[in-house]
Design a protein around this ligand. Structure first.
Ligand code: GAL
Length: 460
């Protein structure tokens, strides 16, 4: 039986807006997701995260469930507007208390907290008053908010992720308009991304300069699918490479190499903002690990005709900027998101990251799948999810054996939750949540995952 290294980090992940509920409790301010969900037609069935899994009131029970699974780490995000109701200024002490209690409860259960500072729920005031990620002021506001979190939680939390999936914020939030703040543009995504990267770097410097005595680590998490060339032609290979660079190198190159990829500069011209010399120096080297959210694989081909718009979750980015056609191999199985299950794509992507970025420590901060789970006689028999986890973890193991420094893996998600524009329909959880009664039930995949953690192996 193949086993993972002894210090491999086995975890599960969630995010604030998707699970907490308590959207206006104890002084929390509104976020752009609170607002976005009120716009007719944006969210499946008009659902909202107002109550979600009510984790705000049930976190102790949830942490007990994690403990029963034997997870070593839990990745969750802080709702900025719970800490700073208007995004800046006065701290809301009840918000601090909530996360402080979560952290203490985790440590009591022997679970390492991994905090994401920004998982998309920007305080609404910053959107209205300062144009959200389109304005420069957000760089300082984010760093100031991060500092408060380091001050209040850094003695107990040693693992920090600044931003979750800047690609989604930029493309789905400012390009396609399907996520908050719902803007549609072919230039705003590049401006928003620019400020996201600068905000990340400033927060990391804040941590390194003033909190290094905590001895923690900090990095950014990006999402990336694998792009497999459709054919062996040089054109298709170049298209696949280009698609990967528009996807993840957009954010990773500035951090690991000091600037945007050449191919983006060439193709985007004026629409891609430029970093000053000082900014390049400030950004470079600001990630202690490569946080990766990975879900699927698509085939990539040189576009010889009109670029096709991908569906909102199609992860194509702004396709005319890349000139890449994306498609699925019809033999691939897909999940409820219509995402293909291709474990070898995960191995290939890990190698691609290792080779482009000089073999960094990589943490898979999300991987998982949605299926139409049902509770029958008190059980959820989610064999497909179980197979997904098993085969993706085997693909991870293979990459490790081949020299990739993959240090940890967080399953998305600990429990079913508010899946953004898809509402509660798409179940990603290891635990089934009945959204009427809010009762949690471990699915068969959760039991399998617990077994994998116990034996430190995917071959169980
Ligand atoms: C990621 C995101 C999560 C979750 C997941 C499944 O992009 O970080 O919040 O929704 O996808 O779609």
């Amino acid at each position: 039986m193949n086993t993972f290294p002894d210090d491999f980090i086995w975890g599960t992940a969630t995010s604030s807006y998707q699970i907490e509920g308590g959207h206006d409790k104890d002084g929390k301010g509104p976020s752009i997701w609170d607002a976005f969900c009120t716009i007719p037609g944006k969210i499946y069935k008009g659902e909202t995260g107002n109550v979600a899994c009510d984790h705000y009131h049930r976190f102790r029970e949830d942490i007990q469930l994690m403990k029963q699974m034997g997870v070593k780490a839990y990745r969750f995000s802080i709702s900025w507007a719970r800490i700073l109701p208007t995004g800046k200024g006065q701290v809301n002490e009840s918000g601090i208390q909530f996360y402080s209690d979560v952290i203490d409860e985790l440590l009591k259960a022997d679970i390492e907290p991994w905090i994401t500072l920004y998982h998309w729920d920007l305080p609404l005031a910053l959107q209205l008053e300062d144009d959200g990620w389109l304005g420069k002021p957000i760089i300082d506001y984010f760093a100031a908010y991060a500092k408060i979190c380091f001050e209040r939680f850094g003695d107990r939390c040693k693992n920090w992720i600044t931003l979750n999936e800047s690609w989604v914020v930029a493309i789905l939030g400012y390009g396609q308009g399907v996520f908050a703040p719902g803007r549609v543009s072919n230039s705003e995504p590049y401006l928003a991304a620019h400020h996201l990267i600068l905000a990340h770097a400033k927060a990391v410097h804040e941590y390194k300069n003033n909190f290094s005595h905590h001895g923690g680590q900090i990095g950014m998490t990006n999402n990336c699918d694998w792009r497999e060339p459709l054919t062996d032609s040089e054109d298709d290979k170049a298209a696949a490479e280009r698609a990967l660079q528009f996807f993840v190198s957009w954010f990773a190159d500035p951090i690991y190499k000091g600037d945007y990829p050449e191919v983006m500069k060439e193709r985007l011209g004026e629409r891609l903002p430029r970093f000053s010399k000082e900014e390049k120096v400030m950004i470079k080297g600001t990630s202690d690990f490569f946080g990766l959210n990975h879900y699927t694989t698509m085939l990539a081909a040189e576009n010889h005709g009109i670029a096709k718009e991908q569906n909102v979750y199609g992860n194509g980015g702004i396709s005319e900027d890349q000139n890449v056609d994306l498609s699925l191999d019809p033999s691939w199985k897909t999940t409820l998101m219509n995402w293909a299950v291709v474990p070898w794509g995960c191995t290939k992507l890990l190698h691609w990251i290792a080779s482009r970025y000089d073999n960094p420590d990589i943490i898979i901060t999300e991987n998982g799948c949605a299926y139409p789970d049902e509770l029958t006689n008190g059980q959820v028999n989610d064999r497909e999810r179980l197979t997904f986890y098993k085969t993706y973890l085997q693909a991870c193991q293979k990459a490790i054996d081949e020299g990739v420094k993959l240090k940890g893996y967080f399953a998305w998600s600990f429990m079913d939750n508010f899946e953004w524009a898809s509402g509660y329909e798409k179940r990603f959880g290891l635990h089934y949540v009945d959204f009427e009664t809010l009762k949690r039930t471990p699915k068969s995949s959760a039991k399998w995952f617990a077994k994998a953690i116990r034996s430190s192996s995917a071959d169980v």
